[in-house]
Design a binder for this molecule. Structure first.
Ligand code: SF4
Length: 296
């Protein structure tokens, strides 16, 4: 026993101070790809190699509309190998409360050889991402009150039920990392629980296989309100590499209302913590840069 104590004292505290301090991420880690939209000359090579359709384009009337969907991206880096205007970064704090906040679009003038000329419109969340304003201010006020109440409730402590709705278990390995001494999610008062009856948050991984759809719905129904749903990883956000097919539904929001999306394949523990804290209201803003930056 004294030997264990001596070892522990020698090791010291290993727990990270995130989010008080920035995440310590290896420069070799694969995170969000960044596209230099201002100098992007041709979307075709990257779109051709992208296995999930995260980078796409359409040509019409002498213009090319390009889109980048972070929710579909599996951080494989193939686009960066095919296109010098794209580089893979190690940025991981990417969670967002709206799926459309992960989608970016830019328009270019098209050249006869199929490449781009100049940027016609700066990258911005795709048109479909513009959230329509509620015509009724009373509804907006009610929504704000409910959100404040939910933050008051969840801001102090949170119980999470995790459901694997068909993942490869990559996300589960990262989630397990949250409970170790390095990330130690319990320092926030956050605990994983076995029963949905005790849970405030449903953490869902996988593209939601049709075999798991009913189980997922039943788990959600068994949770007491108010409840939060967090979609984890590219599969949870959009179906990822599987998309939508005979066996999968193509993302958690096809089955349940989602409060926070955490991109990544898999998202590392920092990314998961960022998303969970964002859902709890402790981190109010996603760190995704807005359209004033040409490199997104
Ligand atoms: S890193 Fe993302 S955008 Fe690039 S090729 Fe892979 S999935 Fe597509």
């Amino acid at each position: 026993m004294f030997e264990i104590l001596r070892k522990s004292l020698k090791t010291g505290i290993v727990t990270e101070r995130y989010p008080q301090t920035p995440p310590q991420i290896s420069p070799l880690a694969r995170g969000r790809p960044e596209i230099d939209f201002g100098n992007w000359k041709d979307a075709r090579p990257a779109a051709a190699v992208c296995p999930t359709g995260a980078i796409a384009y359409s040509d019409q009337g002498g213009e090319r509309a390009t889109t980048f969907d972070l929710g579909k991206c599996i951080f494989c880096g193939l686009c960066a190998e095919a296109d010098p205007a794209i580089r893979v970064t190690n940025r991981c704090e990417l969670a967002a409360t709206r799926k459309t906040a992960l989608q970016f679009s830019a328009t270019y003038k098209l050249l006869p050889d199929g490449s781009h000329e100049r940027l016609l419109s700066a990258p911005s969340p795709a048109p479909s991402s513009r959230v329509p304003r509620s015509p009724d201010p009373a509804v907006e006020n009610l929504g704000r009150k409910i959100r404040r109440r939910a933050t008051d409730i969840f801001g102090r402590s949170l119980h999470i039920r995790e459901v694997d709705a068909g993942s490869c278990n990559g996300c589960e390995i990262e989630i397990v990392g949250l409970t170790g001494p390095v990330y130690d999610i319990e320092r926030f008062g956050i605990h994983f629980v076995a029963s949905p009856r005790h849970a405030d948050m449903l953490l869902v991984t996988g593209p939601v296989t049709r075999n798991m759809e009913l189980a997922l719905r039943k788990t959600y129904d068994a949770m007491p309100a108010p409840r939060l749903v967090v979609a984890v990883g590219a599969c949870g956000c959009s179906g990822g590499i599987f998309g939508t097919n005979y066996a999968t539904r193509g993302g958690v929001d096809q089955v349940l209302p989602v409060d926070v999306y955490i991109p990544g394949c898999p998202p590392n523990p920092h990314a998961l913590l960022h998303g969970i804290l964002l859902a709890m209201g402790r981190r109010r803003l996603s760190l995704i840069p807005q359209s004033d930056n040409l490199i997104i």
